[in-house]
Ligand binder design. Structure first.
Ligand SMILES: NC(=O)c1ccc[n+]([C@@H]2O[C@H](COP(=O)([O-])OP(=O)(O)OC[C@H]3O[C@@H](n4cnc5c(N)ncnc54)[C@H](OP(=O)(O)O)[C@@H]3O)[C@@H](O)[C@H]2O)c1
Length: 312
């Protein structure tokens, strides 16, 4: 199936349902797309928690955003908390600090933090464990830790919990050539355990030196498998929280495309601000128009393309 174009109408994009009481968390907010996302949320008037694994880098980033937007204490609504998504203890501490500071008020989680250790033309898997821990297990553990802190859906449904997983088209199913793996991932009955098993198998293939012949994606393989797993997990989660077509939680993936950040050594077709601006439109769609279980690609730097579920 070809990707379907997805053009939220300008009216939908400007329907403002949120306020300063709406709370968003962004991981990896000290630079790149994460930084741009925090800035955009703050610009739109939400309260936003910038998180970073390095306290100084995170605090500096918050200062830069406050200065750029002219936010002055005590009216600023950009906060900082330390969070290393590859560290289970850091995730626990973060959840506890969030609860102490904000209570169970979380409306939006953007899992943005990720790593790749490859140059653009390389395909080493030397850091595969770390890549998996940061890009797949990190968002998964964080979602599990934050579940009790999401604001309950109100009767008007205006506070549907929103999770946006920043992913990559490198992790789409059409990059997998292992027929059995593809069959499992494409199934409507896909289970979380099967995704965990897939990641374990990949790491075993890496340890055994057989990863090149097992039908995994052939470009930026460890990174691509981490995003493949994240996409699959998002689909499972979206299904779990979409009961009898009542959306209790919206979970989508977003690929920002080739964006000028540290990950691409500054190369790319567009800026982090452009990518963030599109991502925030998606995550802030009004409740009754909010999709779930979808994978969106940034297209022509200005619109989205929705990838059919079969390719997730
Ligand atoms: N740029 C692209 O072309 C592109 C394309 C497709 C998808 N993406 C996705 O877009 C997202 C943002 O990437 P980017 O391009 O903005 O890259 P980036 O500039 O390298 O930023 C990555 C961010 O993640 C943080 N991070 C890494 N490991 C972390 C950890 N263990 N705990 C917490 N934070 C951690 C980094 O913090 P430090 O400064 O401490 O390292 C940094 O803030 C990623 O999910 C990436 O996979 C990017």
């Amino acid at each position: 199936m070809e990707p379907e174009p997805y053009f939220p109408s300008p009216a939908l994009c400007s329907t403002r349902w949120w306020s300063k009481e709406t709370v968003a968390v962004v991981t990896g907010g000290n630079k790149g797309i994460g930084f741009a996302l925090v800035k955009r949320f703050a610009e739109l008037g939400l309260s936003v928690v910038l998180t970073a694994r390095d306290k100084k880098k995170g605090e500096d980033a918050v200062e830069r955003i406050r200065a750029q937007l002219g936010l002055v204490a005590p009216h600023h609504h950009v906060h900082f908390l330390v969070l290393d998504v590859s560290d289970a203890d850091s995730i626990k501490t973060f959840a506890s600090s969030f609860k102490d500071k904000f209570g169970a008020t979380l409306d939006i989680l953007v899992n943005n933090a990720a790593v790749s250790f490859n140059e653009l033309d390389e395909n080493s898997v030397d850091h595969a464990e770390n890549v998996m821990k940061t890009n797949f297990y990190g968002p998964k553990l964080l979602i599990e830790a934050l579940l009790p802190l999401f604001r309950c859906s109100s009767s008007s449904n205006s506070s549907i919990t929103r999770i946006l997983n920043v992913s990559s088209r490198l992790g789409s199913l059409d990059k997998v050539t292992n027929v059995e793996m593809k069959r499992i991932l494409e199934s409507d009955e896909l289970k979380e355990d099967e995704i965990n098993e897939m990641v374990k198998k990949f790491l075993r293939d890496v340890r055994n030196g057989t990863w090149k012949s097992q039908g995994w994606p052939s470009y930026w393989t460890d990174y691509a498998v981490s995003k493949l797993a994240l996409n699959a997990y998002s689909k499972v989660l979206a299904k779990r929280y979409n009961i009898n077509t009542t959306k209790l939680m919206s979970v989508n993936c977003f690929c920002p495309g080739f964006t000028q950040t540290s990950m691409t050594k500054g190369k790319g077709t567009h800026t982090a601000d452009q990518a963030a601006s599109l991502a925030t439109i998606l995550v802030l769609l009004p409740p009754h128009h909010l999709p779930t279980g979808k994978f969106f690609l940034l297209r022509n730097n200005t619109t989205f393309q929705q990838v059919a579920n079969s390719k997730l």
